[in-house]
Design a binder for this molecule. Structure first.
Ligand code: MLT
Length: 270
């Protein structure tokens, strides 16, 4: 745990850190935690210093009340890296909400970044209908608790085959979701609802970018990831077969191989 202290905005932020170099920051999706990255912490720690925070309100970080924004979440991550004195350049990897935060992190701190990994995420903002759905989900969390969000989202988070056949993984993800605080769910929904359009950022990214996407992602269709990767000057797309919105958990070996190839191509820290 680290004390994240910004004047009155004071909370305990939890994180996992494998201590090696160069650093890989892993930003989880909604409403998950750093436990999303257990297969990466286990397998990638031989190659890089893996740092996986629990975003505010999620996992073991304090249940700070909202509103949250992607700007605030990016600053939380930057403050953590600064407290840990990580060497630069480092690589930032974000899944879904974590990808929205990674875009903002890039806009704010690009001088420290050597590469970006964007997985199961999109550059476009929420539609008006999408924003209204965020508010409905926040109301459900307020009135019925976090399990209402878990029940609505969980079948869509995994590929249909994973959901049907891998009860252990389904249970693991459900527990991670249910561990999120109501404040974290409401704050995370507001951050996603109000996130800026990252489409104009794509052409400006001047570091190598790896886009990793599951072929059975039911939340962000693969065509969006294809368009996003094509719009990034130095962007490469890896499609993971038999994976939904959580490709790093559903197909960890394929995901980790793609990340290791990318990290080797960057040759950071040599
Ligand atoms: C996530 O996985 O972080 C969210 O489902 C993304 C979203 O709803 O836009």
């Amino acid at each position: 745990m680290i004390n994240h202290n910004h004047d009155e905005d004071d909370f305990m932020m939890a994180f996992q850190d494998s201590c090696d170099q160069p650093a890989l920051l892993l930003i989880h999706g909604f409403p998950l935690s750093s436990n999303l990255w257990i297969p990466q912490i286990d397998d990638l720690s031989n190659f890089v210093r893996v740092i996986a925070p629990d975003l505010r309100g999620h996992g073991r970080s304090d249940a700070v009340s909202g509103p949250y924004s992607v700007e605030m979440l990016a600053d939380d991550c930057a403050d953590l890296l600064s407290s840990l004195n990580v060497s630069t350049p480092f690589v930032v990897c974000g899944l879904s909400l974590g990808g929205y935060v990674a875009f903002e992190f890039y806009r704010r701190y690009q001088e420290y970044i050597g590469g970006l990994i964007l997985t199961a995420t999109r550059a476009i903002p929420d539609s008006e209908e999408g924003k209204a759905n965020r508010d409905k989900m926040a109301d459900a969390a307020r009135q019925q608790g976090v399990t209402a969000v878990t029940q609505a989202m969980l079948p869509k988070l995994l590929a249909p085959a994973t959901y049907e056949n891998d009860a252990e993984l389904v249970e693991f993800v459900a527990e991670m979701m249910n561990d999120t605080s109501v404040a974290g769910v409401i704050g995370g929904l507001a951050a996603m609802r109000d996130r800026p359009d990252s489409t104009p950022t794509l052409a400006e990214i001047d570091v190598p970018v790896l886009v990793i996407h599951g072929d059975a992602d039911q939340i962000v269709p693969l065509v969006e990831a294809e368009a996003m990767a094509a719009a990034i000057p130095n962007g490469k797309l890896v499609v993971i077969p038999n994976a939904g919105h959580l490709p790093n958990l559903e197909q960890p070996d394929a995901f980790n191989d793609a990340v290791i190839d990318f990290l080797e191509s960057l040759a950071l820290g040599e």
